[in-house]
Design a protein around this ligand. Sequence first.
Ligand SMILES: Cc1ncc(C[n+]2csc(CCOP(=O)(O)OP(=O)(O)O)c2C)c(N)n1
Length: 402
Amino acid sequence: MANISANDWRPFTSFTRGRLMPQPEQISAVAAAIDDNPRGLIICGPDCPDNGFAEKVVALARRTGYPILADPLSNLRHGAHVDELVLGGYHTWLPTLEGLIPSLVIRFGAVPTSATLSTYLETIAPENHIHVREDGAWADDLHLTHTFVRCDPAALCEALAGHPGDMASGRDRSWTSLLTGIESGMWQQMEYELHAAPFFDGAAAAQLLKALPDGSILFAGNSMPIRHVDTFDRPSKRNLKFFGNRGASGIDGNVSTALGLAAATGRHVTALLGDITFYHDMNGLLAIRQHELENITFIVLNNNGGGIFHRLPIARHDPPFTELFLTPHGLTFEHAAAMYGLHYTAIQSGPTAASQLAEAIQNHARPQLVEIMTSNHDDYLQMNAVFARVRASLNAKEPVVV
Ligand SMILES: Cc1ncc(C[n+]2csc(CCOP(=O)(O)OP(=O)(O)O)c2C)c(N)n1
């Protein structure tokens, strides 16, 4: 253990926590479930542990042939551990999987970001649903869990990956290759569709994800940014860490959280935020001067309101939709950038927007604010159109075979 008292400063009270190691009977129970279920799925939600878990859960996936659906906030989508079993495109392709059902789901972490994934799980209600968490916190609002295993997930995965049982021999290779095939076909098609579509918020997120500097951190704000990241972030071997405030307090404090990450880690942080989220916590920008932060880039998708609300039934009732839900403000943030000492770039939607964004991320002085002017309604329409086209193409290429 580190010599806590040798630090220059220390908290009033220090806490240390040991690991809750899996017991032999816990390991054998999960191993037996794997033995009995050749068609399985591993789901890693937000807040998976950062103690070697990524490598160990991938080893378990290789051993069992169970693909991993990795939430962007699980921090499994990027890193040296990533291989073809780490899937990130499921929000788009899951609805095309009609008729194919895994009989075992092993879940780690908190409730996944993707509503499509939740709907899928609710619809198929897998016969065996195991949830593993060390802190014991319930994170299954659908109440599908049959077995809750309370222990260190990394230690459990390690024990299972090296288990002497029969786990590998019964695996359903056609299930594994079906999912990995749909995943790679989906990304190919998505690339094509984004290229063909006019620029919109989702396309900005996709462009940003490709341009993130290696070794950096992305903070994805609540509302649509984290959902766009979930949709457009393709797993890779790049060294990236993602953070978000899901389940904390909505759009509160997102600017401050991103700045806290920059101050605490010293790594470059890119914060992708909606305009209302940015505006709501704009006072937090003072921390840039107070802590002399240079390692921060804010990318604000200024679609003039809360675009997420187009996805709710209230959108069909205007008034009061525009005034009370969408809340357009007509502001731009150039003066706020000047006030808090941020380098400022404005990008208008259009054919050159994607390249301007890539340029701004790579080349401009920091701290900086890049404001992208988009339309909340166009984002809604384009997202629906892109989903429909990609899913139609997957259905056409991948006839559903059980
Ligand atoms: C503190 C707080 N107040 C209100 C809300 C309700 N709320 C959810 S999303 C949202 C609008 C966010 O708009 P924006 O940041 O522009 O993102 P977009 O929806 O356009 O992606 C609001 C007000 C919330 N989540 N948290």
